[in-house]
Design a protein around this ligand. Sequence first.
Ligand code: SF4
Length: 333
Amino acid sequence: MRAFAYVAPETVDDALDALRTARPGTKILAGGTTLFDLMKLDIETPPAVIDVHRLAELNTIHVGERELVFGSGARMADVADHPAVKAGYPVLAESLWRAASQQLRNMATLGGNLLQRTRCAYFRGGSEFPCNKREPGSGCAAIGGHDRGHALFGGSDSCIATYAGDLPIALIAFDAVVDVVGPAGERSLPIAELHVEPGDDPTREHVLAPDELIVRIRVPATPAGRGSTYLKIRDRESYAFALVAAAVGLTFDGDGVVNECRIGLGGVATRPWRAAEAERSLLGQRLTPQTARHAGEVAFAAARPGRYNGFRVELGIRTVADALRIAGERATP
Ligand code: SF4
């Protein structure tokens, strides 16, 4: 790891001051569970880090009647184990439980989790492999290479790296909003607009400026929170990234017909992915094995498999159908 300067502001205003005057490439440090790994691999080489993990203003959790508000510095473990989150929004709790080990959840923050970088082995594997994300213009070893874990949606001719996060899949399904502060003040954006697809520039992964800081994440309250789940399928049952994941929320009307449906897909796209057409396919329908399977087929209809990852299309269809079944059982009074 290369030497770097370390700054530990006491308040958000101090952090913004530090960001304003920071050298290019300076990074915000929160839990450090991703950044330090990348620094040890020489993929991230910041001249300085600004440590925000002690900022009390960011370390808040509030579950209200109209929305859930999580400070960006809230620990994954604290949100996952919050009684009101567990009871009212199992999709959020489960996405956090299944994201990482207990030790990592104790350290990692929600803000850092949103902006974690891909686990593409070529990206992390060193300069022997071409990688447009690490070395722009060098090529992409994954395209036509070992792409078993790479994206089925949102890829480009430059990059097909999968977005690795779990919580953001639940957040996109539930229309979460991210509040950000920067030199021009505070702004809010839907989480669906936070991450970007690689296009011609895989180095750009989100829309935040280098001097902006995520301060909180807000999730609108909905009855679909209770009828929800995060189903994550992986090669082993713990501490692994998703082959496919589905964040699902449902409500039924008095006749047992679906009147709210939310579906996010994880582990299969270059950014958090919402399956809006699949959601619409279920509205006004009864939830049966057939309609759940059909929603899964709609969700994966536009998948673009590569050389070795085609098996995840059928796996994804079944994952969506299974998640709908679990959510449906929870949503049924
Ligand atoms: Fe690099 Fe993206 Fe290709 Fe992976 S998929 S090697 S991150 S350019």
